[in-house]
Design a binder for this molecule. Structure first.
Ligand SMILES: NC(=O)c1ccc[n+]([C@@H]2O[C@H](COP(=O)([O-])OP(=O)(O)OC[C@H]3O[C@@H](n4cnc5c(N)ncnc54)[C@H](OP(=O)(O)O)[C@@H]3O)[C@@H](O)[C@H]2O)c1
Length: 259
């Protein structure tokens, strides 16, 4: 049974490819660097020959509104068409928890278009919505930084380790299509401002986190529960503190300050 991971060279994709291979699966990692481009269709027909499952963990190189919309809309249409022609039995796509509540952002409008194209197609599918990755926490801090201050709302969120994201995708991809959306999240809830404060303090990062209910998350107004997964979400095992202490051991001492 051949599995094609589109975006298999990316952050999540490379973890997923490794895990599936460790479980003895036949996996092809596809991306522009291996001659497969979902935007243009280049290399897709060959890549999907005799594939049973296709996992889409791509991301747009640009998050500018028009570019990101074009990326997810065109790529998803191409993928679904080429998969139907090749007789692929399961289309799996990674999306983000809360997408429909985050539509102030062009990125999430594009992710919703991606999800809706999949749902409207005749392909069998599983859409996986994940919460923020632990590895993404630094990006949240950096995006919300002005000078030495990081302004963030005290919204609840339930981030998860990228390794747990990849494991969950692998399990769902190897199961029958759910023809629905599955949410996945971390094992614990935090306040966004508190977790970023704790993360920066551990990294000896001098930035000060200001709690502000009106501060925006990537330019989006969020309320207490905007970022939380639903009650049926499947939860990863890795706790933030365990991930952080492991991540700190990997850092050279010189990198304790913000990169
Ligand atoms: N960050 C979070 O906290 C979070 C949370 C939930 C869900 N997600 C979702 O996770 C997904 C994957 O994110 P990531 O961080 O793993 O992405 P990433 O590291 O940026 O990897 C993107 C992948 O997409 C490939 N790609 C780019 N353009 C392509 C094209 N035209 N055709 C085919 N492949 C193309 C890249 O290939 P090359 O290496 O060849 O360029 C790369 O393999 C995203 O859709 C995101 O929405 C993220």
């Amino acid at each position: 049974m051949k599995i094609v991971v589109i975006g298999g060279t990316g952050f999540i994709g490379s973890k997923l490819v490794k895990k599936l291979r460790e479980h003895g699966q036949e996996v092809a990692a596809a991306s522009p660097s291996s001659g497969v481009n979902t935007l243009t269709g280049e290399g897709l027909a060959d890549a999907l020959k005799s594939a049973s499952i296709v996992v889409d963990v791509t991301n747009s190189p640009s998050w500018e509104d028009a570019a990101v919309l074009k990326f997810f809309e065109t790529s998803t249409r191409n993928l679904l068409d080429y998969e139907a022609a090749a007789g692929v039995g399961h289309h799996v796509a990674l999306s983000v928890v809360g997408t429909e509540r985050l539509l102030e952002s062009g990125f999430f409008r594009a992710k919703l278009v991606q999800e809706n194209l999949i749902k409207a197609s005749s392909n069998s599918y599983s859409i996986i919505r994940a919460t923020q990755f632990f590895e993404f926490v630094k990006n949240i801090a950096d995006f919300s930084t002005e000078g030495n201050k990081v302004r963030l709302p005290p919204a609840l969120f339930q981030p998860m380790a990228a390794d747990d994201v990849a494991s969950a995708i692998g399990r769902i991809a190897m199961s029958s299509p759910v023809n629905d959306t599955v949410e996945i999240g971390g094992p614990e809830q935090f306040r966004l401002d508190e977790l970023i404060r704790r993360y920066l303090a551990t990294r000896k990062d001098p930035r000060e986190v200001i709690s502000d209910p009106h501060a925006r998350y990537f330019g989006i107004e969020v309320s207490d529960r905007t970022l939380l997964p639903n009650d049926h979400a499947r939860l990863g095992e890795t706790r933030f503190e365990d991930w952080l202490s492991h991540a700190m051991k990997q850092l050279p001492k010189t990198d304790l300050q913000p990169a």
